[in-house]
Design a protein around this ligand. Structure first.
Ligand code: ASP
Ligand code: MG
Length: 401
């Protein structure tokens, strides 16, 4: 008999920072978890840091040091999630149930040796399993782990508590992994940019993976690939809502027609040119990134002449710094953005040409257009980003969606 059948249903819930931003919200979340546990489920909860805590900690680090040591940054940032896990556990204890909180290392989240953007390499949650056997509610600090090699505390990259939740759900063979937020699900576009954006009911892992790779912030990209690999039943919904009105992600969704699912974008895209088109320089560049732990740079497009990438501001500053020391590459300073449309079915060259024409007819200047399995991507001037998003999002209401 499988392990799954012998035990009660297990749900892993991850609460985002916005849902835990003050003591009242923490108590509300505690009440929901309490009710869920009382209904007969085993519950493991993964928490993010309260509200803007992580941003504030980063700011604090930069007030003390222009270039904080990444090891010490991880020591600092991992504190954010420890605050929320212990407070939530206290609130649950007050409701009269047994709850216990664990840090990433106590929960057996093992990562590689890198700091600030570490990868989970193994999960050995012995203490979690022990606590569940004692009918406790387990609260885990997301976003963090420990390197078994260096014995150092590591963090998984911004938004990384999604990865912790999916990794734990995968290991424990949870019946469901719920990512609970202050929004109701995965949207057709960022509702702050497109007021008519709507939540999507269902998606395949592959769709969401492309959406998160091309700018959707709703889930960490690596959590989606991990969910696909471990076949974790994912659900993204509102923390405040107990009806299942959010987005369900699996690999069993079969869309019968071709239509636009969602539009995503990166607002900071840069062009990188090598002085020579030689492969050797590209290799040298990737070694440079690795040696200096510049991991948060994502290449969007490459051919032999040019490369487009996106990176957080801090990372860009370091890449620029090295540019003055090394002369084999140059980053153009023009402000670029990317817009991407992800479709229900696989894209084609024909669709790329048609969509490109729609954009150019509306005066959007396209620097580069290309496709991936389910998406079309355009590199454009950042001033035209919002207009381009709206034009592509209008294709949704024109399709039989
Ligand atoms: N607190 C971390 C961050 O803000 C991790 C997370 O929220 O998932 O990036
Ligand atoms: Mg956070």
């Amino acid at each position: 008999m499988s392990v799954k059948k012998q035990r009660e249903k297990l749900v892993v819930q991850k609460y985002g920072g916005a849902t835990l931003s003050d003591p009242t919200k923490i108590k509300q979340v505690a009440q929901k978890i309490f009710d869920l546990h009382k209904s007969g489920l085993q519950v493991v909860v993964v928490v993010s840091a309260m509200g803007e805590t992580t941003n504030k900690l980063i700011e604090l680090a930069h007030q003390v040091s222009a270039r904080p040591s990444l090891r010490e940054l991880d020591m600092l940032l991992s504190v954010g999630e420890r605050i929320s896990m212990s407070l939530l556990s206290m609130a649950l204890n007050d409701l009269g149930c047994l709850a216990i909180s664990f840090t990433g290392s106590q929960a057996g989240i093992f990562t590689d040796d890198s700091h600030v953007n570490a990868n989970i390499i193994d999960v050995k949650p012995f203490r979690v399993e022990g606590a569940l056997k004692e009918n406790k509610i387990v609260i885990l600090a997301g976003f963090q782990g420990v390197s078994p090699n260096t014995k150092e505390i590591t963090t998984l990259g911004r938004g990384g508590s999604d990865i912790s939740a999916v990794a734990m759900a995968g290991y424990l063979k949870a019946d469901r992994c719920e990512i609970l937020k202050d929004v109701v699900g995965v949207y057709t576009a960022d509702p702050k940019l497109v007021p008519s954006a709507k939540p999507l009911a269902k998606l395949n892992y592959e769709h969401l993976l492309e959406m998160t790779t091309w700018g959707a912030k709703v889930l960490h990209r690596r959590s989606v690939s991990l969910a696909a690999e471990k076949q974790v039943n994912l659900y993204v919904g509102a923390a405040a809502n107990s009806q299942n009105t959010g987005t369900t992600i699996s690999d069993s969704v079969n869309f019968e027609t071709q239509f636009v699912l969602a539009i995503n974008s990166f607002s900071s895209v840069y062009e990188l040119k090598f002085n020579t088109a030689s492969e050797k320089f590209k290799d040298e560049f990737s070694i440079l990134l690795q040696n200096n732990q510049i991991a948060q740079m994502q290449f969007l497009f490459s051919n032999s002449h040019k490369h487009y990438f996106t990176a957080p501001q801090e990372t860009l500053a370091s890449v620029h710094e090295f540019e003055t020391l090394q002369s084999f590459y140059k980053i153009t300073t023009s402000k670029l953005a990317s817009v991407s449309a992800t479709y229900s079915q696989t894209t084609s060259e024909k669709l790329l040409i048609e969509t490109r024409n729609i954009l150019t007819q509306k005066n959007i200047e396209i620097y580069e257009g290309f496709k991936t399995k389910f998406s079309l991507h355009f590199i454009i001037n950042s001033q035209q980003k919002d207009a381009a998003i709206q034009i592509l999002h209008d294709l949704i209401s024109n399709s039989n969606f």
